[in-house]
Design a protein around this ligand. Structure first.
Ligand SMILES: [Zn+2]
Length: 256
């Protein structure tokens, strides 16, 4: 219980940092300096007004200096990250596995928000992420090194193939290079078997939402729908339930 609470608090604090990453990393700005300031009036935000979620509620979502509305996205990112870290502690116990899972989840939260906002997945997260996934598995032994390397190859390869065939068929970029590197990163962390399951979950989720959006006329066939958030969600599903689902599948759907 204490472990889970500690992970939730760590997640809230990391979530607060992720808000900085999401806003600054794509623009190449420093993640450390300057400190947080109101985008409206430029007033520096004191530490006691920067407590995850709580400050947002205490200030009723407004800047203390100029009363400009603060986006609900900030406390949402903090709360979601806190919840995901707590879930990792619940699923993996007080282990290095839980810390690795939390690191992956933090990267996926940042990637999701950046891709939704700007339709890019920064190499600064996905490329070190590939190496981090492999090294983490070498340290924990959760996924064998071969399984992890194959995950990188399969993740990168599948999406490279989709990108090549897509641009050949449609004459446009069906799949961005960012998706290729994100899939390779997921493969490094999850291993190739769980990765395939994650890709399957992503494709189903993305396909259903795309069909709904097109069917409802909210989006046309040509409007791009960023795939990164679906990959991230599929990766999280694989992280928490992948091994169980792969075992169930290999055992013949739980039959005798
Ligand atoms: Zn302000």
């Amino acid at each position: 219980m204490i472990v889970i609470a500690a992970f939730v608090v760590a997640g809230l604090l990391i979530g607060s940092f992720l808000n900085v990453v999401i806003a600054r990393l794509p623009e190449g700005r420093s993640l450390v300096r300057p400190g947080s300031a109101c985008p409206g009036c430029g007033a520096a935000i004191a530490w006691h007004d920067n407590v995850p979620v709580i400050s947002f509620l205490a200030l009723r979502g407004r800047c203390r200096a100029c009363a400009m509305l603060i986006s609900w996205r900030y406390p949402l990112v903090e709360a979601v990250t806190g919840a995901l870290f707590g879930a990792a502690a619940l699923a993996f116990g007080p282990t290095l596995d839980a810390a690795v899972a939390s690191a992956l989840l933090a990267a996926l939260v940042a990637i999701t928000l950046i891709d939704l906002e700007r339709q890019i997945i920064p190499d600064a997260i996905s490329l070190p992420g590939i190496l981090a996934g492999l090294l983490a598995n070498l340290a924990t032994g959760r996924v064998s090194w071969l399984d992890s390397v194959l995950g990188i190859v399969v993740g990168g390869g599948v999406f490279l193939a989709i990108a090549v065939v897509g641009s050949w068929l449609a004459g446009q970029d069906a799949m961005g290079g960012g998706d290729i590197k994100l899939a390779a990163m997921l493969g490094a962390f999850l291993g190739w078997k769980v990765l395939l399951l994650s890709l399957f979950v992503s494709a189903i989720g993305g396909g259903i939402l795309a069909a709904l959006l097109m069917g409802s006329g909210l989006r046309g066939r040509k409007d791009p729908l960023p795939f990164g958030p679906f990959l991230a969600a599929g990766g999280a599903v694989g992280l928490f339930w992948g091994e169980r689902m792969v075992r169930w599948y290999l055992s013949g759907f739980g039959g005798s």
